[in-house]
Design a protein around this ligand. Sequence first.
Ligand code: GLN
Length: 490
Amino acid sequence: MKLHELTVAELGRGLREREFTSVELTRHYLARIASGNAALNAFITVTAERALADAAAADQRLARGEGGLLTGVPLAHKDIFCTDGVLTTCGSRMLAKFVAPYDATVVERLAAAGMVLLGKTNMDEFAMGSSNETSWFGPVRNPWDLARVPGGSSGGSAAVVAAGLAPVATGTDTGGSIRQPAALCGLTGLKPTYGRVSRYGMIAFASSLDQGGVLARSALDAALLLAAMAGPDPRDSTCIERPVSDYAAGLDRPIRGLRIGIIREFFGPGLEAGTGAAVQAALDGFRKLGAELVEVSLPNLPLSVPTYYVVAPAECSSNLSRFDGVRFGHRCEEPRDLRDLYERSRGEGFGAEVKRRIMTGTYVLSAGYYDAYYLKAQQVRSLINADFRRAFAEVDVLMGPTSPTPAFALGAKTDDPITMYLNDIYTIGANLAGLPAISVPCGLVGGLPVGLQVIGSHFAEELLLAVAHAWQRETDWHGRRPPEPVRGAP
Ligand code: GLN
Protein backbone atom coordinates (compact mmCIF):
# COMPACT_ATOMS: atom_id res chain seq x y z
CA MET A 1 0.00 0.00 0.00
CA LYS A 2 1.36 3.42 -0.92
CA LEU A 3 1.52 6.08 1.80
CA HIS A 4 -1.07 8.29 0.11
CA GLU A 5 -3.55 5.43 0.03
CA LEU A 6 -3.59 5.12 3.82
CA THR A 7 -6.29 6.77 5.90
CA VAL A 8 -5.58 9.20 8.74
CA ALA A 9 -6.19 6.41 11.26
CA GLU A 10 -3.71 4.14 9.45
CA LEU A 11 -1.14 6.91 9.11
CA GLY A 12 -1.40 7.73 12.80
CA ARG A 13 -0.80 4.10 13.69
CA GLY A 14 2.14 3.79 11.26
CA LEU A 15 3.74 6.90 12.75
CA ARG A 16 3.37 5.72 16.32
CA GLU A 17 4.80 2.32 15.41
CA ARG A 18 7.70 4.04 13.65
CA GLU A 19 6.98 2.36 10.30
CA PHE A 20 7.70 5.74 8.72
CA THR A 21 8.44 9.19 10.05
CA SER A 22 6.34 12.30 9.69
CA VAL A 23 9.13 13.91 7.67
CA GLU A 24 9.08 10.98 5.19
CA LEU A 25 5.32 11.13 4.99
CA THR A 26 5.32 14.90 4.51
CA ARG A 27 7.95 14.69 1.77
CA HIS A 28 5.84 12.07 0.04
CA TYR A 29 2.81 14.39 0.08
CA LEU A 30 4.81 17.44 -0.99
CA ALA A 31 6.11 15.45 -3.98
CA ARG A 32 2.57 14.42 -4.91
CA ILE A 33 1.44 18.04 -4.64
CA ALA A 34 4.37 19.16 -6.82
CA SER A 35 3.35 16.76 -9.58
CA GLY A 36 -0.44 16.73 -9.15
CA ASN A 37 -1.55 20.23 -8.23
CA ALA A 38 -1.01 21.95 -11.57
CA ALA A 39 -3.77 19.93 -13.25
CA LEU A 40 -6.18 20.39 -10.33
CA ASN A 41 -5.43 23.98 -9.21
CA ALA A 42 -6.53 22.84 -5.77
CA PHE A 43 -3.94 24.52 -3.54
CA ILE A 44 -3.63 28.31 -3.42
CA THR A 45 -0.62 28.12 -1.10
CA VAL A 46 1.70 25.21 -0.36
CA THR A 47 3.54 25.64 2.95
CA ALA A 48 6.37 23.22 2.21
CA GLU A 49 8.94 24.68 4.60
CA ARG A 50 6.54 24.98 7.47
CA ALA A 51 5.25 21.45 6.78
CA LEU A 52 8.73 19.98 7.09
CA ALA A 53 9.36 21.91 10.30
CA ASP A 54 5.99 20.79 11.73
CA ALA A 55 6.84 17.22 10.72
CA ALA A 56 10.25 17.30 12.38
CA ALA A 57 8.64 18.59 15.58
CA ALA A 58 6.04 15.83 15.40
CA ASP A 59 8.75 13.20 14.95
CA GLN A 60 10.46 14.47 18.09
CA ARG A 61 7.22 14.23 20.05
CA LEU A 62 6.65 10.71 18.76
CA ALA A 63 10.24 9.69 19.57
CA ARG A 64 9.64 10.78 23.17
CA GLY A 65 6.55 8.59 23.24
CA GLU A 66 4.31 11.69 23.28
CA GLY A 67 1.60 12.87 20.94
CA GLY A 68 -1.74 11.42 20.01
CA LEU A 69 -3.65 9.77 17.18
CA LEU A 70 -3.11 12.70 14.81
CA THR A 71 0.48 13.62 15.61
CA GLY A 72 2.59 13.84 12.47
CA VAL A 73 -0.34 13.38 10.07
CA PRO A 74 -0.46 16.04 7.31
CA LEU A 75 -3.58 18.04 6.45
CA ALA A 76 -4.75 20.94 4.31
CA HIS A 77 -6.92 23.84 5.43
CA LYS A 78 -9.54 25.55 3.34
CA ASP A 79 -8.23 29.05 2.67
CA ILE A 80 -11.07 30.55 4.71
CA PHE A 81 -9.33 29.65 8.00
CA CYS A 82 -6.84 32.25 9.21
CA THR A 83 -3.32 30.87 9.53
CA ASP A 84 -0.76 32.94 11.42
CA GLY A 85 1.94 34.20 9.05
CA VAL A 86 0.46 32.38 6.05
CA LEU A 87 -1.48 33.84 3.12
CA THR A 88 -5.25 33.57 3.78
CA THR A 89 -7.18 34.63 0.67
CA CYS A 90 -10.73 33.28 1.01
CA GLY A 91 -10.53 32.76 -2.75
CA SER A 92 -10.82 36.51 -3.34
CA ARG A 93 -8.77 39.23 -4.98
CA MET A 94 -9.85 41.29 -1.97
CA LEU A 95 -7.60 39.17 0.27
CA ALA A 96 -5.13 37.99 -2.37
CA LYS A 97 -2.23 39.46 -0.35
CA PHE A 98 -3.64 39.04 3.17
CA VAL A 99 -1.33 37.32 5.63
CA ALA A 100 -3.34 36.45 8.73
CA PRO A 101 -1.90 37.72 12.03
CA TYR A 102 -3.34 34.85 14.08
CA ASP A 103 -4.59 31.26 13.84
CA ALA A 104 -8.27 30.30 13.67
CA THR A 105 -9.29 28.10 16.62
CA VAL A 106 -9.65 25.12 14.27
CA VAL A 107 -6.12 25.69 12.95
CA GLU A 108 -4.73 26.13 16.45
CA ARG A 109 -6.38 22.96 17.77
CA LEU A 110 -5.30 20.71 14.92
CA ALA A 111 -1.76 22.08 15.17
CA ALA A 112 -1.78 21.40 18.91
CA ALA A 113 -2.80 17.81 18.10
CA GLY A 114 0.45 17.62 16.10
CA MET A 115 -0.96 17.78 12.56
CA VAL A 116 1.30 19.04 9.79
CA LEU A 117 0.07 21.89 7.56
CA LEU A 118 0.65 21.13 3.85
CA GLY A 119 -1.10 24.26 2.58
CA LYS A 120 -4.29 26.20 1.96
CA THR A 121 -6.89 25.03 -0.50
CA ASN A 122 -8.71 26.85 -3.27
CA MET A 123 -12.37 27.71 -2.77
CA ASP A 124 -15.24 29.70 -4.19
CA GLU A 125 -14.80 33.40 -3.43
CA PHE A 126 -15.86 33.98 0.19
CA ALA A 127 -17.39 30.47 0.07
CA MET A 128 -20.11 31.59 -2.34
CA GLY A 129 -20.60 28.91 -4.94
CA SER A 130 -21.24 25.26 -5.63
CA SER A 131 -18.61 24.53 -8.25
CA ASN A 132 -15.42 26.28 -7.19
CA GLU A 133 -15.62 28.44 -10.31
CA THR A 134 -16.01 31.81 -8.52
CA SER A 135 -12.46 31.74 -7.09
CA TRP A 136 -10.16 34.63 -8.05
CA PHE A 137 -7.47 31.94 -8.34
CA GLY A 138 -9.32 30.06 -11.07
CA PRO A 139 -11.47 26.95 -10.98
CA VAL A 140 -10.52 23.68 -9.30
CA ARG A 141 -10.85 20.53 -11.39
CA ASN A 142 -12.38 17.26 -10.24
CA PRO A 143 -9.76 14.49 -9.92
CA TRP A 144 -12.32 11.98 -11.23
CA ASP A 145 -12.60 13.91 -14.51
CA LEU A 146 -10.62 17.08 -15.16
CA ALA A 147 -13.36 18.50 -17.38
CA ARG A 148 -15.74 18.57 -14.43
CA VAL A 149 -16.16 20.67 -11.27
CA PRO A 150 -15.26 19.28 -7.83
CA GLY A 151 -18.26 20.99 -6.24
CA GLY A 152 -17.97 23.95 -3.94
CA SER A 153 -17.27 25.96 -2.06
CA SER A 154 -14.74 23.63 -0.38
CA GLY A 155 -13.77 22.27 -3.82
CA GLY A 156 -10.02 22.56 -3.29
CA SER A 157 -10.19 20.60 -0.04
CA ALA A 158 -12.28 17.89 -1.72
CA ALA A 159 -9.97 17.67 -4.72
CA VAL A 160 -6.76 17.36 -2.70
CA VAL A 161 -8.12 14.58 -0.51
CA ALA A 162 -9.69 12.67 -3.42
CA ALA A 163 -6.49 12.94 -5.48
CA GLY A 164 -4.25 11.84 -2.61
CA LEU A 165 -2.49 15.22 -2.26
CA ALA A 166 -3.50 15.34 1.42
CA PRO A 167 -4.95 12.65 3.69
CA VAL A 168 -7.66 14.95 5.06
CA ALA A 169 -8.77 18.59 4.86
CA THR A 170 -10.96 21.10 6.61
CA GLY A 171 -13.94 22.77 4.98
CA THR A 172 -16.82 25.03 5.85
CA ASP A 173 -20.50 24.53 5.14
CA THR A 174 -22.96 27.43 4.95
CA GLY A 175 -25.41 25.79 2.57
CA GLY A 176 -23.73 22.53 1.61
CA SER A 177 -20.11 23.42 0.93
CA ILE A 178 -18.66 20.40 2.74
CA ARG A 179 -21.25 17.78 1.81
CA GLN A 180 -21.73 18.66 -1.86
CA PRO A 181 -18.02 18.60 -2.83
CA ALA A 182 -17.58 15.47 -0.70
CA ALA A 183 -20.35 13.82 -2.73
CA LEU A 184 -18.93 14.95 -6.07
CA CYS A 185 -15.40 13.78 -5.21
CA GLY A 186 -16.23 10.49 -3.44
CA LEU A 187 -15.44 11.56 0.14
CA THR A 188 -16.96 11.53 3.59
CA GLY A 189 -17.94 15.11 4.44
CA LEU A 190 -19.19 16.09 7.87
CA LYS A 191 -20.95 19.37 8.66
CA PRO A 192 -21.31 19.49 12.45
CA THR A 193 -24.16 21.06 14.43
CA TYR A 194 -24.09 24.87 14.34
CA GLY A 195 -21.98 25.89 17.32
CA ARG A 196 -20.10 22.59 17.70
CA VAL A 197 -16.93 23.94 16.07
CA SER A 198 -15.62 27.43 16.76
CA ARG A 199 -15.95 30.02 13.99
CA TYR A 200 -13.18 32.18 15.46
CA GLY A 201 -10.75 33.00 12.67
CA MET A 202 -13.01 31.44 10.04
CA ILE A 203 -13.74 34.30 7.64
CA ALA A 204 -17.46 35.01 7.93
CA PHE A 205 -19.91 34.58 5.05
CA ALA A 206 -23.31 34.09 6.76
CA SER A 207 -22.71 33.92 10.49
CA SER A 208 -25.92 32.15 11.47
CA LEU A 209 -25.23 29.34 8.97
CA ASP A 210 -21.43 28.93 8.68
CA GLN A 211 -19.92 25.86 10.31
CA GLY A 212 -16.46 24.33 10.01
CA GLY A 213 -16.02 20.63 9.45
CA VAL A 214 -14.01 17.99 7.66
CA LEU A 215 -13.56 16.24 4.30
CA ALA A 216 -12.10 12.79 4.83
CA ARG A 217 -11.78 9.33 3.33
CA SER A 218 -13.79 7.57 6.01
CA ALA A 219 -16.16 8.12 8.90
CA LEU A 220 -13.37 7.08 11.28
CA ASP A 221 -11.08 9.81 9.92
CA ALA A 222 -13.88 12.38 10.18
CA ALA A 223 -14.47 11.28 13.79
CA LEU A 224 -10.80 11.69 14.69
CA LEU A 225 -10.63 15.18 13.22
CA LEU A 226 -13.93 16.34 14.71
CA ALA A 227 -12.86 15.27 18.19
CA ALA A 228 -9.76 17.44 17.85
CA MET A 229 -11.55 20.47 16.32
CA ALA A 230 -14.77 20.69 18.29
CA GLY A 231 -15.59 22.15 21.66
CA PRO A 232 -16.35 25.39 23.44
CA ASP A 233 -14.28 28.46 22.65
CA PRO A 234 -14.40 31.62 24.75
CA ARG A 235 -13.57 33.59 21.58
CA ASP A 236 -16.79 32.52 19.81
CA SER A 237 -19.91 33.21 21.84
CA THR A 238 -22.04 31.05 19.49
CA CYS A 239 -19.84 28.03 20.15
CA ILE A 240 -21.78 25.79 22.51
CA GLU A 241 -20.58 24.91 26.02
CA ARG A 242 -20.90 21.19 25.78
CA PRO A 243 -18.30 18.48 26.23
CA VAL A 244 -16.88 16.77 23.14
CA SER A 245 -17.51 13.03 22.73
CA ASP A 246 -14.88 10.49 21.82
CA TYR A 247 -16.42 10.17 18.37
CA ALA A 248 -14.10 7.36 17.25
CA ALA A 249 -14.97 5.23 20.28
CA GLY A 250 -18.70 5.50 19.48
CA LEU A 251 -18.43 4.27 15.89
CA ASP A 252 -19.32 0.66 16.48
CA ARG A 253 -22.70 1.26 18.03
CA PRO A 254 -25.18 -1.12 16.36
CA ILE A 255 -27.67 0.30 13.93
CA ARG A 256 -30.18 -2.56 14.16
CA GLY A 257 -33.53 -0.99 15.02
CA LEU A 258 -32.40 2.47 13.91
CA ARG A 259 -35.37 4.47 12.61
CA ILE A 260 -34.48 6.13 9.33
CA GLY A 261 -36.77 8.76 7.83
CA ILE A 262 -36.67 8.99 4.05
CA ILE A 263 -37.37 12.59 3.07
CA ARG A 264 -40.13 12.45 0.45
CA GLU A 265 -39.40 15.95 -0.86
CA PHE A 266 -35.84 14.87 -1.82
CA PHE A 267 -36.98 12.35 -4.42
CA GLY A 268 -38.80 14.65 -6.85
CA PRO A 269 -38.21 15.26 -10.57
CA GLY A 270 -34.98 17.29 -10.04
CA LEU A 271 -33.10 14.17 -8.93
CA GLU A 272 -30.96 12.64 -11.70
CA ALA A 273 -32.01 9.00 -12.26
CA GLY A 274 -28.64 7.32 -11.67
CA THR A 275 -28.07 9.27 -8.46
CA GLY A 276 -31.56 8.39 -7.26
CA ALA A 277 -30.96 4.71 -7.98
CA ALA A 278 -27.66 4.70 -6.07
CA VAL A 279 -29.28 6.39 -3.07
CA GLN A 280 -32.20 3.95 -3.23
CA ALA A 281 -29.77 1.02 -3.23
CA ALA A 282 -28.06 2.45 -0.16
CA LEU A 283 -31.41 2.76 1.62
CA ASP A 284 -32.13 -0.90 0.82
CA GLY A 285 -28.70 -1.71 2.23
CA PHE A 286 -29.62 -0.08 5.53
CA ARG A 287 -32.85 -2.06 5.64
CA LYS A 288 -30.80 -5.26 5.27
CA LEU A 289 -28.62 -4.11 8.18
CA GLY A 290 -31.71 -4.09 10.37
CA ALA A 291 -32.77 -0.45 10.21
CA GLU A 292 -36.40 0.48 9.94
CA LEU A 293 -37.23 2.82 7.07
CA VAL A 294 -40.21 5.15 7.07
CA GLU A 295 -41.15 7.87 4.64
CA VAL A 296 -41.44 11.31 6.19
CA SER A 297 -42.60 14.58 4.72
CA LEU A 298 -41.05 17.97 5.50
CA PRO A 299 -43.48 20.14 3.58
CA ASN A 300 -41.62 23.43 3.97
CA LEU A 301 -38.24 22.04 2.94
CA PRO A 302 -38.71 22.91 -0.77
CA LEU A 303 -38.65 26.56 0.37
CA SER A 304 -35.13 26.24 1.71
CA VAL A 305 -33.32 27.54 -1.41
CA PRO A 306 -35.32 30.80 -1.69
CA THR A 307 -35.13 31.26 2.10
CA TYR A 308 -31.36 30.76 2.08
CA TYR A 309 -30.90 33.20 -0.80
CA VAL A 310 -32.46 35.92 1.33
CA VAL A 311 -30.85 35.08 4.69
CA ALA A 312 -27.32 34.29 3.44
CA PRO A 313 -26.96 37.41 1.22
CA ALA A 314 -28.37 39.59 4.03
CA GLU A 315 -25.73 38.33 6.44
CA CYS A 316 -22.99 38.48 3.82
CA SER A 317 -23.79 42.10 2.93
CA SER A 318 -23.18 42.96 6.56
CA ASN A 319 -20.12 40.74 7.08
CA LEU A 320 -18.38 41.87 3.90
CA SER A 321 -18.83 45.57 4.65
CA ARG A 322 -15.58 45.33 6.63
CA PHE A 323 -13.67 45.02 3.35
CA ASP A 324 -13.64 48.73 2.62
CA GLY A 325 -10.12 49.27 1.30
CA VAL A 326 -9.16 50.92 4.60
CA ARG A 327 -8.62 48.21 7.19
CA PHE A 328 -8.31 44.93 5.27
CA GLY A 329 -7.43 43.75 1.87
CA HIS A 330 -7.34 45.25 -1.57
CA ARG A 331 -7.05 49.01 -1.99
CA CYS A 332 -7.39 50.73 -5.37
CA GLU A 333 -4.56 52.85 -6.78
CA GLU A 334 -4.60 56.60 -6.08
CA PRO A 335 -8.15 57.16 -4.82
CA ARG A 336 -9.50 60.66 -5.52
CA ASP A 337 -11.48 60.82 -2.29
CA LEU A 338 -13.05 58.54 0.31
CA ARG A 339 -16.03 57.61 -1.82
CA ASP A 340 -13.80 56.74 -4.75
CA LEU A 341 -11.63 54.65 -2.41
CA TYR A 342 -14.62 52.58 -1.24
CA GLU A 343 -16.15 52.20 -4.67
CA ARG A 344 -13.08 51.22 -6.58
CA SER A 345 -11.51 49.07 -3.84
CA ARG A 346 -14.71 47.03 -3.47
CA GLY A 347 -15.45 47.11 -7.19
CA GLU A 348 -12.02 45.71 -8.02
CA GLY A 349 -11.67 43.40 -5.02
CA PHE A 350 -14.92 41.43 -5.29
CA GLY A 351 -16.01 39.14 -8.12
CA ALA A 352 -19.42 39.04 -9.81
CA GLU A 353 -21.08 36.44 -7.54
CA VAL A 354 -20.01 38.22 -4.35
CA LYS A 355 -21.32 41.52 -5.72
CA ARG A 356 -24.62 39.86 -6.65
CA ARG A 357 -24.97 38.60 -3.05
CA ILE A 358 -24.03 41.95 -1.47
CA MET A 359 -26.57 43.75 -3.65
CA THR A 360 -29.31 41.21 -2.96
CA GLY A 361 -28.55 41.29 0.76
CA THR A 362 -28.55 45.07 0.95
CA TYR A 363 -31.86 45.15 -0.91
CA VAL A 364 -33.65 42.62 1.31
CA LEU A 365 -32.49 44.47 4.43
CA SER A 366 -33.47 47.91 3.17
CA ALA A 367 -36.27 49.74 4.98
CA GLY A 368 -38.85 49.30 2.23
CA TYR A 369 -38.28 45.59 1.67
CA TYR A 370 -37.22 44.20 5.05
CA ASP A 371 -40.69 42.94 5.97
CA ALA A 372 -41.42 41.51 2.56
CA TYR A 373 -38.17 39.58 2.21
CA TYR A 374 -35.92 39.31 5.25
CA LEU A 375 -38.64 39.00 7.87
CA LYS A 376 -40.59 36.59 5.66
CA ALA A 377 -37.48 34.45 5.15
CA GLN A 378 -36.90 34.26 8.90
CA GLN A 379 -40.50 33.14 9.35
CA VAL A 380 -40.09 30.42 6.75
CA ARG A 381 -36.83 29.42 8.44
CA SER A 382 -38.84 28.81 11.63
CA LEU A 383 -41.29 26.64 9.69
CA ILE A 384 -38.43 24.57 8.26
CA ASN A 385 -37.03 24.17 11.78
CA ALA A 386 -40.42 22.98 12.98
CA ASP A 387 -40.60 20.43 10.12
CA PHE A 388 -37.29 18.95 11.26
CA ARG A 389 -38.38 18.93 14.90
CA ARG A 390 -41.53 17.02 14.00
CA ALA A 391 -39.52 14.54 11.91
CA PHE A 392 -37.02 13.87 14.70
CA ALA A 393 -39.86 13.09 17.07
CA GLU A 394 -40.53 10.08 14.80
CA VAL A 395 -37.12 8.97 13.52
CA ASP A 396 -33.45 8.89 14.61
CA VAL A 397 -31.90 10.15 11.36
CA LEU A 398 -33.08 11.43 8.00
CA MET A 399 -31.67 10.24 4.70
CA GLY A 400 -31.69 11.32 1.09
CA PRO A 401 -29.31 12.31 -1.70
CA THR A 402 -26.62 14.94 -1.04
CA SER A 403 -26.67 16.49 -4.49
CA PRO A 404 -29.16 16.11 -7.36
CA THR A 405 -26.50 15.11 -9.91
CA PRO A 406 -22.92 13.84 -10.08
CA ALA A 407 -20.15 16.33 -10.96
CA PHE A 408 -21.12 18.52 -13.91
CA ALA A 409 -18.90 20.02 -16.62
CA LEU A 410 -16.89 23.17 -15.92
CA GLY A 411 -18.82 26.15 -17.25
CA ALA A 412 -22.11 24.24 -17.52
CA LYS A 413 -23.95 26.39 -14.96
CA THR A 414 -21.89 29.58 -14.69
CA ASP A 415 -24.25 31.65 -16.85
CA ASP A 416 -27.32 30.81 -14.80
CA PRO A 417 -27.10 31.56 -11.06
CA ILE A 418 -30.50 30.01 -10.30
CA THR A 419 -29.50 26.66 -11.82
CA MET A 420 -26.26 26.86 -9.84
CA TYR A 421 -28.16 27.61 -6.61
CA LEU A 422 -30.31 24.50 -7.09
CA ASN A 423 -27.27 22.25 -6.52
CA ASP A 424 -27.81 22.82 -2.82
CA ILE A 425 -31.47 22.00 -2.74
CA TYR A 426 -30.90 18.96 -0.46
CA THR A 427 -28.18 20.43 1.76
CA ILE A 428 -29.41 23.90 2.73
CA GLY A 429 -32.19 22.72 5.07
CA ALA A 430 -29.68 21.36 7.60
CA ASN A 431 -27.89 24.74 7.68
CA LEU A 432 -31.10 26.72 8.16
CA ALA A 433 -31.98 24.46 11.11
CA GLY A 434 -28.39 24.24 12.45
CA LEU A 435 -28.41 20.44 12.21
CA PRO A 436 -25.43 18.12 11.72
CA ALA A 437 -25.27 16.18 8.46
CA ILE A 438 -22.83 13.89 6.72
CA SER A 439 -22.36 12.79 3.11
CA VAL A 440 -20.96 9.35 2.40
CA PRO A 441 -20.09 7.82 -0.97
CA CYS A 442 -22.83 5.44 -2.10
CA GLY A 443 -22.09 4.62 -5.73
CA LEU A 444 -20.62 5.59 -9.08
CA VAL A 445 -22.75 6.96 -11.90
CA GLY A 446 -20.97 7.02 -15.24
CA GLY A 447 -17.70 6.60 -13.34
CA LEU A 448 -18.44 9.59 -11.08
CA PRO A 449 -19.11 9.39 -7.33
CA VAL A 450 -22.44 10.24 -5.73
CA GLY A 451 -23.29 10.73 -2.06
CA LEU A 452 -25.88 9.65 0.46
CA GLN A 453 -26.77 12.34 2.97
CA VAL A 454 -27.60 11.54 6.59
CA ILE A 455 -29.04 14.37 8.71
CA GLY A 456 -29.27 14.13 12.51
CA SER A 457 -30.84 16.09 15.33
CA HIS A 458 -28.71 18.69 17.11
CA PHE A 459 -25.45 17.25 18.49
CA ALA A 460 -26.11 13.81 16.99
CA GLU A 461 -22.65 13.73 15.39
CA GLU A 462 -21.82 10.51 17.21
CA LEU A 463 -24.86 8.77 15.75
CA LEU A 464 -24.25 10.16 12.24
CA LEU A 465 -20.66 8.93 12.30
CA ALA A 466 -21.76 5.51 13.56
CA VAL A 467 -24.33 5.25 10.76
CA ALA A 468 -21.70 6.27 8.20
CA HIS A 469 -19.22 3.81 9.69
CA ALA A 470 -21.73 0.94 9.60
CA TRP A 471 -22.27 1.66 5.91
CA GLN A 472 -18.52 1.81 5.26
CA ARG A 473 -17.99 -1.55 6.96
CA GLU A 474 -20.45 -3.09 4.50
CA THR A 475 -19.39 -1.33 1.32
CA ASP A 476 -16.26 -0.12 -0.42
CA TRP A 477 -17.54 3.03 -2.18
CA HIS A 478 -15.44 5.19 0.15
CA GLY A 479 -12.36 3.14 -0.77
CA ARG A 480 -12.63 3.92 -4.50
CA ARG A 481 -9.98 6.25 -5.90
CA PRO A 482 -10.09 8.34 -9.04
CA PRO A 483 -8.29 6.62 -11.90
CA GLU A 484 -4.59 7.46 -12.35
CA PRO A 485 -3.87 9.07 -14.71
CA VAL A 486 -7.01 11.13 -14.20
CA ARG A 487 -9.67 11.16 -16.90
CA GLY A 488 -9.00 14.11 -19.18
CA ALA A 489 -5.34 14.38 -18.17
CA PRO A 490 -3.11 15.62 -21.00
N1 GLN B 1 -23.51 26.90 -2.64
C1 GLN B 1 -24.04 27.67 -1.55
C2 GLN B 1 -23.77 29.13 -1.81
O1 GLN B 1 -23.32 29.42 -2.85
C3 GLN B 1 -23.44 27.22 -0.25
C4 GLN B 1 -22.05 27.68 -0.06
C5 GLN B 1 -21.48 27.25 1.26
O2 GLN B 1 -21.94 26.31 1.90
N2 GLN B 1 -20.44 27.96 1.67
O3 GLN B 1 -24.01 29.97 -1.02
